[in-house]
Design a protein around this ligand. Sequence first.
Ligand code: ADP
Ligand code: ADP
Ligand code: ZN
Length: 227
Amino acid sequence: MNIILLGPPGAGKGTQAKVLQEHYHVGQIATGDMLRAEVKAGTKLGMAAKSIMEAGALVPDDLIIDMLAHRLSKPDCRHGFILDGFPRTVPQAEALDAMLAEQKQDLRAVILLKVDEDVLIERIAGRFSCAQCGAGYHETFQPTAKAGVCDKCGSTEFVHRPDDNPVTVKQRFTAYNQQTAPIVPYYQARNIYYEVDGMADLDDVSNAIEAVLRKVGVPAQVAEDAG
Ligand code: ADP
Ligand code: ADP
Ligand code: ZN
C-alpha cells in the first residue's frame, strides 16, 4: 500500500504516519525529518536547505525529488510507504507519479487531514519531540506519561523545532496555501482522494484513516495482525 498524508503544518501528519507505520509495517517517509537530519549532519543538501527551512519556505523541487527517489529505493519501502510532507508542489506530485510508474506501482489513497488554522497554531505552539528517538508530543494534547521523560525511550532531553515560531509558522501557512493546496485538485481528479476530520481526537483520526484504508481495499487484518 502506498499512501500520502496531506495537510497543513501541524495537522497531525507525522503523528498519524507513525501510528500507521506500526499498524501496517510499511516505510514512513517524512521529508521534513529527512531534511532536519541532513541539516544536523551538515551535508551539502542540509546546508542548502537550512536557511530556506528557517524562513518557512519550500526547499527546491529538484533537491527534494532526488532525496525522495533515493529513499524510495530503500528495503523498507518494498511493501509500500506512507508519505508525510511530500508532495508539497504539483511538480513533486508529478515526479512521484513518474517514479511509481517506473516501478509499476500506484497510489492507493491520498488522505487530507482537515484542521482549522487556529487549532493548527495551538498544535504547533505546544509541539515538542524527544531529542533521542524523535517521538512526538504536545504539551497539552499529547504529553509524556511521566513529566520530562520520553514514553518510548526514557530520554529526558526534548527539542522544539526552530521553525515552530509564530513568524515562520505564518510563512509556512502561506507556502501551504499557495504551493501545496493546488495538489488537492491534482489528486481529486483521480479516484484516490479522501478527506478526514483532523480536528478530532488522535485515536478518532487514526480510526477514520484506517476506515479509508479498508474502503480502498487495504486488508483490516494487516492492521489487526500487528495488534
Ligand atoms: P510540518 O510538520 O510543519 O508540515 P515538515 O517537517 O514536513 O513540516 O517540513 C519542515 C520544512 O521542511 C518545510 O517548511 C520546508 O521548508 C521543508 N520541506 C519538507 N518537505 C518538503 C517538501 N516536500 N518540499 C519542499 N520543502 C519541504
Ligand atoms: P504535522 O506532521 O502535520 O506537522 P504533527 O503530527 O507534528 O503535525 O502534530 C502537531 C502537534 O499536534 C503535535 O504536537 C501532536 O502531538 C499534536 N497532535 C497531532 N494530532 C492531534 C490531534 N488529533 N489532537 C490533538 N493534538 C494533536
Ligand atoms: Zn524518546
